[in-house]
Design a protein around this ligand. Structure first.
Ligand SMILES: C[S@@+](CC[C@H](N)C(=O)[O-])C[C@H]1O[C@@H](n2cnc3c(N)ncnc32)[C@H](O)[C@@H]1O
Length: 402
């Protein structure tokens, strides 16, 4: 199957982003600078400009947001603990079925890449899954053939579900040797995990932090504590990998909006104001499929790069989802996995099935490819709204220096 996401959307790096970490860190106690949009970026069809306009025309009814005064940590706990576990049947009917699978495939490719690197020096791989949630990555660790996994999250119900999932996996695995696992409930922005591990001397080859680190950017102290938890027990040559919203992309989309909000029918991001972006505590609300998430905090990536040096961590790469996707999809094995995980939607829809979005404009990019005629059908794609939602994220990888 050939694939196309949104080929005309080329999100280039902003001036301030290429400015480098050193300069940016001088502003640690200051603010983000607003990235400037180039003329070509403004006219991109893939830019979120039109959905933003649509949003602006709507009456002022921001999504209901939990009160931060209740304490962000406890809001996170309540929110994630209360998320229902949905079966495959319900998930497959979701408007964002492919988006979720796509994000999952990205994590899978990232985890696979770093497990492979570590396998070159050891067969006994130990991993910390920081912000493990309900254990969505357990199968990935099993596939990676690791020896030991420590799963930790602030939400106790999620940790219990994660543990149960692990037990079920182990029970069903029969003769296959499954990694050992340990489960910890902890606020990694405030408590030290090193005081809680069963083995007080434990060392990790990988710390994986998927869609979590942005919760720590409420204050410098919290961001530093989470970073310490992620990195202090890594062996030399160990990796800190993860996914998080791209602060530059968020600010760019916000600045292009007429309101304090942007998004589309799939996702919405609402800031309190525009123009001032403190380095820590720059809060925004994120909602996906009309479900309001707990508030998140903007991560100014150059600051993270500087802060990580305190723990002997060197940035290997930071990639947008598009960059990473384009690189990984060249690999046949990853391409097969993309298909197996149903990470892209078939276009046109198969007989007796419907596309996830009923809006023609959501598939204009795919339709253009079909009309060009030089591709194998069906095509693998994401609706434009889903692509706009997933392309706010980036992936990162740091390595511990000897
Ligand atoms: C979007 S979910 C991602 C879960 C999982 N990593 C995945 O990719 O499926 C974010 C997770 O971060 C956890 N989290 C948020 N703040 C945290 C904190 N301070 N300490 C530990 N976990 C936290 C949440 O409870 C939630 O499970």
């Amino acid at each position: 199957m050939d694939h196309v996401l949104n080929p005309e959307e080329k999100v280039s790096q902003t001036n301030s982003e290429s400015g480098g970490a050193d300069g940016a860190f001088q502003h640690v106690k200051g603010e983000h600078s607003s990235p400037k949009l180039s003329a070509s970026e403004k006219s991109l069809p893939g830019n979120t400009k039109s959905p933003l306009k649509r949003k602006a025309a709507e009456p002022d009814s921001p999504p209901k947001r939990p009160r931060l005064e209740e304490g962000h940590g406890s809001l996170v706990v309540t929110h994630y603990n209360e998320l229902p576990e949905t079966g495959l049947e319900i998930r497959s009917q979701s408007r964002i079925f492919h988006l979720r699978n796509f994000n999952n495939w990205m994590k899978s490719a990232l985890i696979g890449e770093f497990v492979e690197k570590v396998q070159q020096r050891t067969r006994n791989i130990t991993v910390l899954d920081l912000g493990c949630g309900k254990g969505g990555d357990l199968l990935k660790w099993r596939k990676g053939g690791i020896s030991k996994l420590v799963c930790t999250d602030i939400a106790d119900v999620s940790v219990k579900q994660c543990e149960q999932r692990y037990k079920d996996m182990k029970r069903k695995s029969r003769n296959e040797r499954i990694f050992e696992a340990e489960f910890l409930t902890s606020d990694s922005t405030k408590e030290l995990l090193s005081e809680k591990y069963i083995d007080p001397e434990i060392k990790f080859d990988i710390c994986s932090c998927q869609f979590v680190y942005h919760y720590s950017f409420e204050t410098y102290e919290q961001a530093d504590t989470m970073l310490r938890n992620a990195c202090e027990r890594l062996c030399p040559g160990g990796f800190f990998i993860g996914t998080t919203p791209d602060g530059f992309e968020l600010v760019k989309r916000l600045e292009a909006s007429d309101t304090n909000s942007f998004g589309n029918d799939v996702y919405t991001v609402t800031f309190e104001k525009k123009g001032k972006y403190p380095l820590f505590g720059c809060k925004y609300d994120f909602s996906l499929e009309e479900v309001v998430n707990v508030p998140e905090f903007l991560v100014y990536f150059p600051v993270l790069v500087e802060m990580a040096k305190k723990y002997q961590m060197k940035l290997i790469y930071k990639k947008t989802f598009r960059e990473f996707f384009e690189e990984k999809v060249k690999n046949d094995e990853q391409k097969m996995l993309l298909k197996r995980m149903k990470a892209l939607e078939s276009y046109p829809a198969a007989p007796n099935t419907k596309l996830v979005s009923g809006r023609t404009e959501d598939y204009e990019h795919a339709q253009k490819m079909v009309e060009n005629g030089q591709i194998k059908l069906p095509l693998g794609t994401l609706s434009k709204s889903e692509w706009d939602a997933t392309s706010i994220y980036l992936l990162f990888a740091f390595e511990k220096q000897a």
